[in-house]
Design a protein around this ligand. Structure first.
Ligand code: KMH
Ligand code: ZN
Length: 309
C-alpha cells in the first residue's frame, strides 16, 4: 500500500494562551485571518480556528466573531476550515456548538471526555499583563472542569449530524478512546473517524513517546482501519511528538494554540513559522505533505463548496 501523505493541521490561536504570553498570538480578525492564510500557504491543509474578542484578546464563542474572519480565510485559501467547539472552560455545550451550527464547516472539534484542563502554572511566569482579564483567567483554570459528558457529546453530535461535518475527536487520555468507541457503537460517528491524540495538557496524559505508542495501539485495537490519526503535543513537546507521529504514519498538528515556541526558549514569530518547521522535518525524513484536497480525500470530507460561509 502506498504511504499516506501527512496532513498538517495548524491551530491558530485557541483558548489557553493570552496576549501577554506572546505578541505573535493573533486575536483581531485581521490577524487571525492573516496568520491562518499564511499557515495554509506554508503547508497546513487544515486550519483549526477559535475566535477572540478583537478588543482585548479574550476567548469568544460568539458566532459574529467567527463571521469576521471565516469568509476571508475561505476566499484566500483552499484549506479545510475546522471550527473549534471547545470554547473556553465556562461555556455551555449549546454555546460551544453555535458557531459550527451556523457556519457548517467541513470539520469541527469534538472533545471526548470531561476532565481537569488547567494551565494555571503559566500564571507564575508573568508579572505585568496586557489586559485585565488575563491573570484571573489563567490562575483560575485550576478550578475548572472541562465538561464533555456523554449527554453533551450526544447532544452536539445529534445537532451537528445534518451538516455532514467531520469531527476532530480530541482525545486527551486513553479513556477518551473508549468513550469514542462507545459513541461510535451507538451510531454517533461514522468511519473513518479522525482522532487527535493530545499529550501534555495538565489533566490529560503526559507528553511521552511511550504514551503515544500506548494511545496508538489502543486505537488500533478499538477502531482497526476505521480511523485516521494526528498528534498534538502541548508546549515544548510540540515538534518532537509531531516528528515521531509522522514517522509512525500519523498526521501532525502545530500552531500557537498548542505552543508559543519555535525551539527551546524561543518564541515563534507566527503560526506559519511552526508550519514551515514541521513541514521541513516531515519532508526531510521522507514523507510527503498532503494538499487540502488530499486531506479531504483521506478524511472523507464533504468539500469546501458545502460550507455555510
Ligand atoms: N487546545 C487543545 C489542547 C478544541 O478546540 O476543541 C485542544 C483543542 C480543543 O483544540
Ligand atoms: Zn482548539
Amino acid at each position: 500500500m502506498a504511504k499516506q501523505k501527512t496532513i498538517i493541521t495548524c491551530a491558530i490561536t485557541g483558548a489557553i494562551h493570552t496576549p501577554t504570553m506572546s505578541d505573535a498570538l493573533p486575536y483581531t480578525p485581521d490577524d487571525i485571518a492573516g496568520q491562518a492564510i499564511a499557515a495554509a500557504e506554508a503547508g497546513a491543509s487544515i486550519l483549526h480556528l477559535h475566535a477572540r474578542r478583537p478588543t482585548d484578546g479574550g476567548v469568544s464563542i460568539d458566532p459574529e466573531t467567527f463571521a469576521a474572519f471565516l469568509p476571508r480565510v475561505k476566499q484566500a485559501t483552499d484549506a479545510v476550515i475546522n471550527i473549534s467547539t471547545g470554547g473556553s472552560l465556562k461555556n455551555t455545550i449549546e454555546e460551544r456548538i453555535a458557531p459550527a451550527l451556523r457556519f457548517s464547516p467541513e470539520m469541527c472539534s469534538m472533545n471526548m471526555g470531561s476532565m481537569n484542563f488547567s494551565f494555571h502554572p503559566l500564571a507564575g511566569r508573568y508579572q505585568d499583563w496586557k489586559f485585565d482579564w488575563e491573570k484571573d483567567y489563567v490562575e483560575n483554570s485550576d478550578t475548572y472542569i472541562f465538561r464533555n459528558t456523554f449527554a453533551d457529546i450526544k447532544n452536539a453530535a445529534t445537532q451537528l449530524a445534518p451538516h455532514g461535518i467531520k469531527f476532530e475527536h480530541e482525545c486527551y487520555d486513553v479513556g477518551h478512546l473508549y468513550n469514542l468507541k462507545f459513541c461510535m457503537d451507538i451510531g454517533l460517528f461514522k468511519a473513518p473517524i479522525f482522532i487527535q491524540f493530545i499529550f501534555g495538557i495538565l489533566g490529560g496524559i503526559g507528553a511521552e513517546v511511550d504514551n503515544l505508542i500506548f494511545m496508538k495501539r489502543t486505537a488500533d485495537r478499538l477502531f482497526g482501519d476505521d480511523y485516521r490519526w494526528s498528534v498534538l503535543g502541548a508546549g515544548g513537546a510540540q515538534m518532537s511528538l509531531a516528528t515521531t507521529a509522522s514517522q509512525m504514519g500519523g498526521n501532525v498538528r502545530v500552531g500557537l494554540e498548542d505552543s508559543l515556541f519555535i525551539s527551546r526558549g524561543k518564541l515563534a514569530e507566527s503560526n506559519a513559522q511552526q508550519v514551515q518547521k514541521i513541514r521541513r522535518i516531515v519532508e526531510d525524513l521522507g514523507c510527503e505533505v498532503a494538499t487540502p484536497d488530499e486531506a479531504r480525500e483521506i478524511l472523507g470530507l464533504k468539500g469546501g463548496d458545502k460550507v455555510g460561509f
